[in-house]
Design a protein around this ligand. Structure first.
Ligand code: HEM
Length: 454
């Protein structure tokens, strides 16, 4: 059992704060001058939320890109102790190829995180209400204006979202691993059947991981265990085209009378996601949403191997089955779980933008998901999921298709729904999701942060 040093771990690693902090803002910063930047870090250090803080007004966390560490004059021998994708950056050619960011999702078209608009620091702010977040932001802004060592590139507001459903209409944040050492808390919260407790080292550096190893820590000459209690944060701004999805669903379910029953649209959408709008897994609830009306169903204690091997409930290419195939990857369910558990992420995202009033209308407003996740090994976890599962045209037994929800289309644009006596296949899926910005960050432990602040 991992004995987590929660006082040294930033709170964001252990909590999404979603329960009592519905408002969020992500401030992207550039370092202009290192000496005053360190003074600024020193000034905000005491406001950074740790894993032991129980705050009920706001929470603040901080993470850095590799460009920040270069500005801090980390030497080459220090830098190479960090992960390769982090050092290269999300917008470089190699990472873009791995992530499948092409066409409209290419980094050249991003509004931040690319060569034109690089980012050094992200400040993650969460608050109980709009007034609190506005006051905190004004405070942070005033500190930055006075200090002049850092400059605000963008202040990305997630605002307050009315529900925990993402813009397409589905309950979000259900399929999460439980970090070992925090499982008691998860049980206390009475979250239903979170089946997988994953070794802490998969999400926090310095602990044993699912390979039964403690990875080498990022290390500085002045602090050998600089990486301890830190983690990597993946941040992607993903725009969602809600009208495109729902018009597509309508078109594909229109019957010979020219009618498209809503239940059929929702069924096709659930097949694409792998859960009904309420969060109920379609693998378990095959006929209809057991919680019609949208009440929360966080069911997570299921696999595919025994009862849904062929994908007759949850299609093999559905979003949740590609991003977490559970026990279904190989013929042997236990071996599958062992493997899959080495490729998990903890998602910490929030929706942004107004809810659409009519899902079939393009109202010209941008909305989407600030996708954030934490993992100790970007290549083995986030990038692996994206490249080997989500974007893999030959995932499992499939042939030439990718994730029906988040896949970037080119000539690959089909989705197969396995069924008996026959499968069906829908074609010409458009892009429902476009990458608008992104970066890889390192979120240090509190001792390491203190060192950065000089
Ligand atoms: C706008 C983009 C996205 C949307 C709308 C979206 C939507 C959803 C929904 C509705 C669920 C089911 C509910 C839940 O378990 O939370 C889900 C689950 C999940 N998604 Fe996404 N997602 C998006 C992007 C991504 C990306 C980029 C990744 C990683 C590459 C990802 C990985 C996952 C994982 C791991 C699960 C949980 C699977 C499980 O354990 O059952 N998602 N997503």
């Amino acid at each position: 059992m991992a004995n987590l040093d929660t006082a040294d771990i930033q709170g964001f690693v252990l909590s999404s704060y979603a329960k009592n902090m519905p408002c969020a803002n992500y401030m992207l910063l550039k370092i202009n001058n290192v000496a005053p930047c360190k003074d600024w870090l020193k000034a905000i250090f005491n406001q950074i939320t740790t894993g032991v803080d129980r705050k009920n007004d706001y929470c603040l966390n901080i993470a850095f890109t590799a460009t920040a560490f270069r500005k801090f004059n980390f030497t080459e021998s220090e830098l190479i102790t960090f992960s390769v994708p982090f050092l290269e950056g999300m917008s470089t050619k190699t990472r873009q190829n791995i992530l499948g960011d092409e066409g409209n999702s290419a980094a050249t078209a991003w509004s931040w995180g690319n060569e034109e608009s690089p980012v050094d620091i992200v400040l993650l702010l969460f608050a109980t209400n709009e007034t609190e977040i506005a006051e905190r932001l004004a405070d942070i802004r005033a500190g930055i204006d006075l200090n002049k060592g850092v400059e605000i590139i963008q202040s990305l507001s997630a605002g307050r979202q009315p529900t925990s459903h993402e813009h397409f209409g589905f309950l979000d944040g259900v399929g999460q691993p439980v970090i070992e050492g925090t499982d008691k808390k998860a049980t206390q919260l009475n979250r239903t059947g979170h089946a997988t407790v994953i070794k802490a080292g998969e999400f926090i550096l310095g602990y044993e991981n699912e390979m039964q190893k403690i990875d080498d820590l990022p290390s500085l000459n002045t602090m050998k265990d600089f990486g301890r209690n830190g983690t990597y944060v993946v941040f992607r701004q993903l725009e969602q085209q809600v009208d495109k999805l729902w018009n597509y669903l309508k078109e594909k379910t229109t019957n010979s009378d020219g009618v498209s029953p809503l239940i059929e649209q929702e069924r096709l959408a659930a097949k694409m996601v792998g859960r009904w709008k309420s969060g109920a897994p379609i693998s378990v609830y095959r006929q209809s949403d057991p919680a019609t009306g949208g009440s929360i169903n966080e069911e997570n204690n299921f696999g595919f191997a025994k009862d849904d091997k062929d994908g007759f409930g949850c299609p093999i290419g559905a979003h949740i089955r590609r991003s977490n195939p559970r026990d279904s990857l190989f013929g042997d369910p236990e071996l599958s779980l062992l493997t899959v558990n080495r490729h998990r992420i903890v998602r910490r995202g929030r929706s942004y933008g107004d809810r659409t009033k009519d899902v079939y209308q393009n109202d010209g407003k941008e909305r989407g998901l600030f996708f954030l996740c934490i993992n100790s090994n970007i290549e083995r976890q986030f990038e692996f999921i994206q490249q080997t599962w989500v974007n893999n045209p030959n995932f499992d037994s499939l042939n030439y298709e990718n994730d029906p929800i988040i896949g970037v289309r080119n000539d690959i644009n089909a989705f197969t729904i396995q069924g008996c006596p026959a499968r069906t296949r829908v074609h010409q899926l458009p892009d429902f999701v476009t990458t608008k910005g992104g970066a890889y960050f390192f979120m240090p432990g509190m001792k390491a942060l203190k060192l950065l602040a000089g």
